[in-house]
Design a binder for this molecule. Structure first.
Ligand SMILES: Cc1cc2nc3c(=O)[nH]c(=O)nc-3n(C[C@H](O)[C@H](O)[C@H](O)COP(=O)(O)O)c2cc1C
Length: 204
């Protein structure tokens, strides 16, 4: 249960490559004491396991996060929702969740959000963010992109979402995959209004 001082953010993880972007974003928000309303699609669960190993299974995520990012993640809390539960609290605009990130976002979920389909909790919660004019950060990953995929990004942007492609930069001289994940997680945090030091700011 979150109190008034706790920031509540929805995080959706879908079946696009880049599960490490999701775990770094989740860990960074937990380190800041947030309460997360977490939804992981079936293919999101598969990608967590395929890309990060058995230890990153959705049901054991906290242990994975502690092992990879340290005890600081225990400052926050999360509720893991079923993507089939359209009665979860983030399915309603009356809840206090202040923003949402879909990280990474598959082209399928992007299409569902673009067209307001609300077929599952991720799509519905994203739709709630758009209708309530709250921040919705979409981190799509696919290459190359088809015309329908490009159009779906435009539709989401026109509806008020921020399209933040999984395109880490290289000016910060990344040495590891974690450095690249830090960059994307930092971008998501900044868009949600959090200060961070996940990557150095450009000094010109
Ligand atoms: C190993 C693997 C990698 C995938 N990578 C991507 C990807 O990068 N982008 C994408 O849009 N779909 C990708 N897919 C396909 C999606 O997982 C698939 O369209 C799925 O239905 C998405 O469902 P979801 O949005 O409910 O998670 C991948 C699938 C697998 C099995």
């Amino acid at each position: 249960m979150s109190n008034l001082a706790t920031r509540s953010i929805a995080i959706a993880v879908t079946g696009a490559s880049g599960a490490i972007y999701a775990t770094r974003t989740i860990a960074a928000l937990l380190e800041r004491g947030c309460h997360l309303e977490l939804v992981i699609s079936d293919y999101g669960r598969r990608l967590l396991r395929d890309e990060l190993g058995e230890a990153a299974m959705a049901d054991k995520l906290l242990e994975f996060l502690v092992a990879k990012y340290g005890d600081g993640v225990r400052k926050g809390t999360y509720t893991l929702h079923s993507n089939r539960d359209l009665g979860a609290k983030i399915a309603s605009g009356s809840q206090n969740c202040e923003g949402m990130a879909v990280v990474p976002c598959s082209m399928k979920t992007l299409a569902g959000i673009a067209h307001g389909l609300s077929r599952n909790l991720i799509e519905r919660a994203a739709d709630v963010m758009l209708k309530e004019r709250r921040p919705l950060i979409i981190v799509p990953r696919e290459t190359p992109m088809s015309l329908p995929q490009l159009r779906n990004m435009v539709l989401c942007a026109e509806s008020g979402a921020m399209i933040m492609p999984a395109m880490p930069a290289f000016y910060q001289m990344p040495k590891t995959l974690d450095d690249l994940a830090d960059f994307m997680a930092g971008k998501v945090l900044a868009a949600l209004g959090f200060s961070h030091e996940l990557y150095p700011s450009w000094k010109g």
